[in-house]
Design a protein around this ligand. Structure first.
Ligand code: DC
Length: 233
């Protein structure tokens, strides 16, 4: 039987990557960070000096570049045309540009095609903004992960400091709220909770508690499947 697709959506800095990565490790599933793919397109556009306002050129770029995930020393890396951009795509400028890039219809189409190919076989944990609503509306496990804006700003500031970026918590809070507003108000695949997604509010939860909750949802789906198939026999 095909293994499930676990879709994890939510606003910026809600802890999706940390949780999605660990859930995938625990289940032996593939982890796919779709935000990194939008960031990769933004990074390449910046490198090639293509203005993000030039939608036709950014779309042509998205259609032309090779984006792939690879594992090195147990860590997932993202490569754009063979170049490792894992750290380069995490700067505040990349965050801002990736949100603008993600509103371009042609870019979304190309990345959606890639994401569906990467996930169609199942056994994946895919995180983003539109996974449960648009990419895999039939995903068996759907989670909408969120936290208060203060908590998200605090977490993102710490993450940036860990990679050597001198971040100011108020500036980070502004950047996150601007990005959420743009991501949830765009016409193409806006950020929103799928009606059948389970909402997890993480302010007062530890990372392990969030992971356990998602694994439990996954295991419930698997066992309800076997009950369904037995009753169909
Ligand atoms: O998850 P992230 O913060 O790395 O994502 C960067 C940007 O990409 C985010 O501001 C919105 C966009 N994005 C999207 O539109 N759809 C996705 N599935 C994932 C990310």
């Amino acid at each position: 039987m095909k293994r499930p697709i676990i879709a994890i959506d939510g606003p910026a800095a809600a802890g999706k990557s940390t949780v999605a990565k660990r859930v995938a490790e625990k289940l032996g599933y593939i982890y796919i960070d779709t935000g990194a793919m939008y960031r990769a397109v933004a990074w390449k556009a910046l490198k090639e000096k293509i203005p993000i306002t030039d939608h036709a050129r950014v779309t042509a770029l998205a259609n032309r570049i090779d984006i792939r995930f690879e594992k090195a020393n147990g860590e997932q890396r993202i490569l754009v045309d063979g170049e490792d951009v894992t750290e380069a795509i995490r700067t505040p400028e990349s965050s801002r540009l990736s949100s603008a890039v993600s509103a371009i219809k042609g870019v979304r189409k190309r990345l959606a095609d890639l994401q569906r190919k990467m996930g169609e076989a199942g056994g994946v944990v895919m995180e983003g903004r539109d996974i449960g609503t648009v990419i895999f509306p039939n995903a068996e496990v759907k989670v909408f992960l969120t936290a208060s804006s203060e908590e998200r700003a605090r977490r993102r500031t710490n993450q940036l400091r860990e990679i050597g970026i001198d971040a100011d918590v108020e500036e980070v809070a502004r950047e996150i709220s601007d990005r959420d507003l743009r991501d949830s108000s765009r016409s193409e695949a806006p950020l929103k909770q799928a009606p059948d997604a389970v909402l997890i509010e993480t302010d007062s939860m530890s990372v392990d508690e969030v992971i356990d909750k998602i694994i439990a949802l996954h295991n419930e789906r698997i066992s309800s499947r076997s009950t369904e198939s037995k009753s169909a026999d």
